[in-house]
Design a protein around this ligand. Sequence first.
Ligand SMILES: Nc1ncnc2c1ncn2[C@@H]1O[C@H](COP(=O)(O)OP(=O)(O)OP(=O)(O)O)[C@@H](O)[C@H]1O
Ligand SMILES: [Mg+2]
Length: 312
Amino acid sequence: MFESIDQVEQQLAEHDYITDRMLATSIFLAVNMQKPLFLEGEPGVGKTEVAKVIASLLDTELIRLQCYEGLDTQTALYEWNYPRQMLELRLQEARGAEKKEIGANIFSEEFLLKRPLLCAIQSERRQAPVLLIDEIDRSDEEFEAFLLEILSDFQITIPELGTIKAKQTPIVILTSNRTRELHDALKRRCLYHWIDYPSVERETRIVTTRVPDIRNELALQLCRFMQLIRQRDLFKLPGVAETLDWAEALLALGKDELDSETAEQTLGCILKYKADTDKIQGHEMSEMVKQAGLATISSSSETASVFSRRIE
Ligand SMILES: Nc1ncnc2c1ncn2[C@@H]1O[C@H](COP(=O)(O)OP(=O)(O)OP(=O)(O)O)[C@@H](O)[C@H]1O
Ligand SMILES: [Mg+2]
């Protein structure tokens, strides 16, 4: 449980996650109201990281279910361990057990392969685990319907064993890149938050936090550039993940500031489609580098406010 939204913001920052007020409020409410949090947003804006950071700051287990097309309930919930069951039957036969005894125990917990959803429901930890259901938009609609049931009562019935109910409600984070819309019924059970690209100020804080060796001015220049590039009509806009990769790359190259030539040579860190790089290279690129640089020099008050909060 969190005591305040400020506490959420502060604790996330202590774990190197720089949030805004709205996301911090959603996290506060999701944890305190024990409601699943559904995070949507473009790739690389920090959706998955939210779950990881919450688990680490609450010092609890992170249980991750990565969704994909064709994901079925067996892979998500549980499976019987057939090879072990077969082996047990053979051993019992070899031991000369009576016919009616053979196989009597093979549908017990010992022969159960627990998958992420069952692990989350059965968690014995003092602090409820964080259950990350990542990229749910990739799963099929049938799986989504099944999930709806789980998220409603956090209990499952295994015919051979009976009903298992969660001792404590897991903190559930669902993420989606919105490759398809999810059903309203699922959304109704969750708090919803759209993670947008960060402001220049927040992205600069993210860069200086995650890449602490970078010079302040270079971090600001990069983030200015990212704002400009995200206004272009590109096939795939770069997220925070790409900004961080770029910052690391410039640091590895020993650069103190961004110039057109370096930007052009390292464009592969932020743009991953040839059509996009073709669009940006050349005159457009040098204009953006110039603008990002000029903005850095002219925005001294903004720079001061960003860096006065730099986390040491
Ligand atoms: N607000 C933030 N503070 C600190 N780091 C961040 C923030 N947002 C994103 N990052 C960093 O950016 C990278 C990408 O984040 P993450 O993997 O969570 O993105 P995502 O939204 O789940 O992307 P995808 O949709 O591709 O899975 C991670 O290294 C993460 O640490
Ligand atoms: Mg992710």
